[in-house]
Design a binder for this molecule. Structure first.
Ligand code: GTP
Ligand code: MG
Length: 453
């Protein structure tokens, strides 16, 4: 990725970060909330993925956040001391900071310390990962929407780095330094203009994709979507099943843009398997909005494979997070096959103990290729339930229809008669429509009828 999309000029040794987590008392009662330590452990991985070196952490438990600085006065002093002691020049808050908090914290911590939050980190990682045109546009849009209300010293500075040097938006510009009100106004206007432009470009890209989607619906191969918490092993699974050679790495959000490959199920039926961006707790709303179109691809799926890292200490909360995001997207009612991944890392006893929480899950190791047949046959079962039983007698010469049945459906019996091919099995409802003219079922006892043909 070109440097201009980055929020942080990362990778430089000077990027030393202190992480700050707060646990807000009233929120703890919400069962899906991640405990402070788990959330901070995840933030640390996000920070490292973004290229920061984590040199310290600070936590505070609060009844409610302080509107001006999130953390209390005493904590803020502690933070300053920790920054001085560690030589940190970046502070990352695990909570999304309000524009006001961002501003006040920047003022309190001084010019040399950059103030970021979880959302900014995730946006930065997404910017590194985006490859497709739509991905790049979506991330850029999310970044600007996030940045607009936060235009202060840091952001005008960053905007200049990000947009200005590329010459595309022309934000800021050489010689325009400092947070002067005039400069802020210029920046705001420029960002709004850019946001409008990005929305227009995205609409064009999407119109194109919608066309492609319609073409795909005309040849209705069942679609199976891989979903799961980031780092669960979705891309590794796609690679194991298809030799797709998708980038898989022990990093959060290794995948951003969707990839689709054909896979043959054990019974011979073909499916399209799609791998896409992972989910995370506190998923920034700007990103959900910007990625809505990508995420809505999940709504096209006939079956969802929910990939779970069964070895992760926070596995249950991760599962609930994924289920909550699916519901938000309107995919809460889709049939799901759960894959309990990375079992190669577990002893049999540890696996049994964890499995109790996910009795319907299929244990697999995407890395070792274990359990994949079982997983695919479960997908096949779910697809079969969605298909209609059918018996057709296809005259010779219509071999394309016989092939269609084989490709899209499940053949339970096939015979050759004097006049054509007799097929018994199940096909998706729309394929049944295409075969309607040759249907011979409906008789009380299909078998006897067939015997008699
Ligand atoms: N031991 C073990 N490691 C695995 C297995 N499957 C995946 N991994 C590792 O887990 C890490 C994440 O795998 P990915 O396939 O990139 O995960 P993902 O779900 O696509 O993650 P994002 O794209 O970041 O959301 C990589 O280091 C993989 O090698 C497995 O079955 N066993
Ligand atoms: Mg991936």
């Amino acid at each position: 990725m070109s440097g201009r999309k980055r929020l942080l000029p990362t990778g430089t040794p000077e990027e030393r970060a202190v992480l700050v987590g707060v646990e807000i008392h009233r929120r703890r009662r919400w069962q899906d909330a991640f405990p402070l330590e788990e959330s901070l452990a995840e933030l640390k991985r996000l920070a490292e993925t973004a290229g920061l070196q984590v040199v310290g952490t600070l936590t505070q438990k609060l009844d409610r956040p302080f509107p001006a600085t999130l953390i209390g006065k005493g904590k803020l002093e502690e933070l300053k001391a920790l920054i001085a002691a560690t030589g940190a020049n970046v502070v990352v808050f695990d909570e999304e900071l309000s524009p006001r908090q961002q501003r006040e914290l920047e003022e309190a911590l001084g010019e040399d310390v950059k103030v970021l939050d979880r959302t900014a980190l995730i946006l930065d990682i997404f910017a590194q990962r985006a490859r497709t045109k739509e991905g790049v546009l979506q991330v850029e849009l999310a970044q600007y929407i996030y940045r607009l209300p936060r235009l202060t010293r840091a952001w005008t500075h960053l905007a200049r780095q990000v947009g200005g040097s590329a010459g595309r938006g022309g934000i800021g510009g050489v010689g325009l330094r400092g947070p002067g009100e005039t400069q802020l106004e210029v920046d705001r206007r420029e960002i709004k203009r850019r946001i409008a432009q990005l929305r227009k470009e995205l609409a064009e890209v999407r119109a194109h994709r919608e066309l492609y989607r319609q073409q795909r619906r005309e040849v209705p191969v069942p679609v199976v979507s891989l979903v799961g918490y980031t780092n669960a092993g979705k891309s590794t699974l796609l690679n194991a099943l298809t030799n797709a050679q998708v980038y898989a790495d022990d990093k959060l959000f290794a995948t951003l843009d969707p990839t689709t490959r054909r896979v043959k199920l054990p019974g011979g039926q073909e499916i399209l398997l799609t791998d896409t961006v992972g989910f995370i707790q506190k998923l920034p709303p700007q990103l959900v909005a910007a990625f809505r179109a990508t995420l809505e691809e999940i709504l096209e799926a006939n079956v969802i494979i929910h990939v779970v890292d069964i070895t992760h200490p926070a596995v249950e909360r991760q599962v609930r997070t994924v289920e909550a995001v699916l519901r938000q997207l309107g995919a809460g009612e889709k049939p799901v096959v759960m894959a309990l991944n990375k079992i190669d890392r577990f002893s049999e006893e540890a696996l049994q103990a964890r499995r109790r929480h996910f009795p319907q899950g299929v244990p697999i190791s995407a890395l070792k290729g274990w359990g994949l047949e079982e997983l695919l046959s479960r997908v096949e079962d779910v697809l079969r339930e969605q298909m209609v039983p059918i018996t057709v007698h296809v005259p010779y010469g219509k071999d394309n229809l016989v092939a269609l049945f084989h490709r899209m459906g499940i053949v339970e019996d096939e015979r050759y008669t004097e006049h054509g091919t007799l097929l018994i099995g199940r096909v998706p409802p729309n394929i049944a429509g295409q075969l309607e003219a040759y249907r011979v079922d409906g008789a009380k006892d299909e078998r006897s009828r067939i015997e008699g043909v």
